[in-house]
Ligand binder design. Structure first.
Ligand SMILES: Cc1cc2nc3c(=O)[nH]c(=O)nc-3n(C[C@H](O)[C@H](O)[C@H](O)COP(=O)(O)OP(=O)(O)OC[C@H]3O[C@@H](n4cnc5c(N)ncnc54)[C@H](O)[C@@H]3O)c2cc1C
Length: 599
């Protein structure tokens, strides 16, 4: 099938109407982020995604990255693509202007990032991690470290990594053992092993800047004794020139289910004299610093769910228009065989893929705008309000969109029938690639615990209730239009919001006395919140489209599609809220009654 085509019109509709560019271009420094500028960015990015990255997706999957004697060779074409991408300035659209970046809002970077993820997920991970490392250094490192590392990371001449995981420390980073020994010159020597390090080694660039969590000798046990270090692969002299090779090496890379072109490295620090590392910020505050970047990183992984879903949908839709099988139930007389897209059940699968993807996209972009406001709004109260909102929504975007990504990629295979199971159609790669997204940057279980604990339970539901009140206000407006679909959407949406409210009240009431009961069903609550927030976005989208249709403005076919996709979401997806609410509130007993020995 043809390469990935960025859904620019859908993206523009969300940016301009559902979210609104005024969410960010009313903020200081971003006045120039106008519709024209955003359109130009999307159009250029779409070309790179379709013409440069997408054509490497299947070949990268087949050949994968290869490790030999500690060096990693990327699949054919990846290195050239990286340099094309970097030279065109795509690597630094979010990076600080002071160090050569463009400093654009997340709201603008988000659709662009969606395109990279859809075109080639394995490729997208390297710039994403570099951006994370840039943000860490820029937020907390000394001016000296910023000057030494940031210009070349921002230009893309060096890439970055995040080194958290160790064999015994995955979800629980309090178990990190990598050791940092203070040296006489203010630097440290690191000793330890990190596993699963994305782009820990590759052949794109001469240097790689590793952000490493380690424990300074004598530091307290647990999370309060973890510090963050910059550890370059090649040491950098004070004047910026390359120095000696540091004592860090890639021992091997993993053989994985998917994202074969993304090297996942085992990294050894300090096999000889110790890897030279520089402390970022203050000692023992490393985990706190990682949390500063967590929202952006988790949002970015949530967006991978959106990206893969879009790609899987495009492929399934194209197949369903070409594959001829059987006479559709209720089809015209005399038709013996028709494209499978005409079968009601195939249509149902495609609409499930399409409507969920649109709902997830709108929620992710909305959350990006709130993230921008939490950093850039001039009013402190608005910054704080936005921060609380982004804290609530990020685990939902991460957990719900990635779990959906897996389901949607699987539906994409189903639409293909037997050929979906055969690698040559490409549908199977999407499922294999999607599978990691629910695991890295915190598993779905960890996102759900965070949501019910830190984000709802501990603040007695304050932010969740504020969001629910906004949803109720929208539901009340929906039937005001003449469009009959809006009344149905209002009905289904109000019912889902009521279930979300009821379940939130149950969590607030139960969390203090019985946190295990809440934890037993936290994933259901996360899904309930995701589906209802998705419904909120789809209802907004339908209302805007219906009003534009009534006023006679815009592309009527496109707008009718928006209303009908929201109607499908209301009829087929929102009713799931009822079952989720029930199991979230009543499911704990049967989990907690079973002792481990009975499993
Ligand atoms: C391809 C790939 C790339 C990666 N890239 C990076 C990277 O660049 N840098 C990096 O540092 N790490 C990276 N990781 C590691 C990744 O972040 C971890 O795998 C992930 O955080 C889960 O940790 P774990 O594998 O140890 O699983 P575990 O923590 O052992 O979890 C196993 C299961 O137990 C559940 N569980 C664990 N604790 C809890 C809890 N408290 N409550 C409820 N459920 C719980 C989990 O949800 C999961 O279902 C990568 C991993 C892979 C596979």
């Amino acid at each position: 099938m043809a390469e990935y085509v960025a859904p620019i019109k859908d993206m523009q509709f969300v940016l301009k109407h559902v979210v609104g560019l005024d969410q960010v271009n009313g903020l200081p420094g971003w006045e120039e982020v106008t519709e024209d500028v955003v359109d130009a960015i999307l159009e250029e990015a779409a070309k790179v995604a379709s013409e440069v990255l997408s054509p490497l997706n299947a070949s990268g999957d087949r050949s994968g990255a290869v490790c030999k004697d500690g060096s990693v060779t990327m699949p054919a074409g990846f290195r050239d693509a990286y340099w094309q991408y970097v030279k065109a300035g795509w690597g630094n659209i979010l990076a600080p202007q002071q160090f050569g970046g463009q400093g654009l809002p997340h709201l603008v970077a988000t659709p662009v990032e969606e395109m990279w993820g859809a075109a080639n997920l394995a490729f997208k991970l390297c710039p994403m991690l570099t951006q994370g490392a840039i943000e860490a250094i820029d937020s907390v490192a000394s001016e000296e470290l910023k000057r030494r590392f940031l210009p070349k990371m921002v230009s893309g001449e060096w890439t970055g990594t995040m080194n958290l995981t160790e064999p015994q420390a995955g979800s629980d980073l309090s178990l990190v053992r990598t050791k940092a020994v203070p040296g006489k010159d203010g630097s440290y020597r690191l000793f330890g092993q990190k596993i699963f390090i994305t782009y820990g080694e590759h052949d794109y660039t001469d240097n790689i800047v590793h952000m490493v969590l380690a424990r300074v000798e004598g530091a307290p046990e647990g999370v309060k004794g973890i510090s963050l270090f910059v550890v370059p692969k090649v040491l950098v002299n004070a004047d910026g020139t390359p120095g000696a090779r540091n004592d860090v090496k890639c021992a091997s890379i993993e053989h994985k289910l998917g994202i074969h072109a993304s090297p996942t490295a085992v990294m050894i620090y300090g096999e000889k004299e110790g890897a030279v590392g520089y402390l970022v910020g203050e000692a023992n505050r490393g985990l706190e610093y990682m949390f500063i970047m967590m929202n952006a990183a988790r949002l970015s992984v949530g967006l991978e769910g959106v990206a893969i879903s879009e790609r899987a949908y495009q492929r399934a839709l194209a197949w369903s228009r070409e594959r001829l099988q059987g006479k559709p139930v209720g089809g015209a007389a005399g038709v013996k065989t028709a494209p499978i897209v005409q079968h009601p059940d195939v249509k149902r699968m495609l609409l499930t893929m399409k409507s969920l993807t649109e709902a997830m996209r709108a929620l992710a972009y909305w959350t990006s705008a709130v993230l921008d406001r939490s950093h850039h709004h001039p009013d402190e109260q608005e910054r704080r309000r936005s921060q609380a909102l982004v804290d609530l929504l990020v685990p939902v975007v991460k957990g719900w969109s990635t779990e959906n990504g897996v389901q949607i990629a699987s539906l994409g295979i189903q639409v293909h029938g037997g050929m979906g199971f055969i690698e040559e159609t490409g549908a199977a790669q999407h499922l294999r690639d999607a599978r990691i997204t629910t695991i890295y940057e915190g598993t779905t279980g960890i996102q759900a615990n965070d949501l019910v604990g830190r984000k709802v339970g501990r603040e007695a539901g304050r932010t969740a209730y504020a969001v629910i009140a906004e949803m109720e206000a929208l539901a009340a407006q929906l039937p005001d239009t003449k469009n009959m679909h809006l009344a149905t959407i209002a009905d289904r949406f109000s019912s889902a919001v009521a279930r979300l409210k009821e379940t939130t009240q149950w969590i607030v009431a139960t969390y203090g006395a019985n946190p295990a009961a809440v934890a037993s069903a936290s994933v259901y609550y996360l899904e309930l919140m995701g589906i209802t927030c998705g419904g909120w976005m789809m209802a907004r989208s339908a209302l805007i489209a219906a009003r534009q249709l009534e006023s006679g403005g815009g592309d009527a076919t496109f707008l009718r599609g928006k209303v009908l996709t929201a109607r499908f979401y209301a009829d087929h997806i929102l009713p799931r809220a009822m079952g989720l609410a029930m199991v979230a509130m009543r499911g704990a007993d049967s989990v907690l009654a079973v002792e481990d020995a009975l499993l």
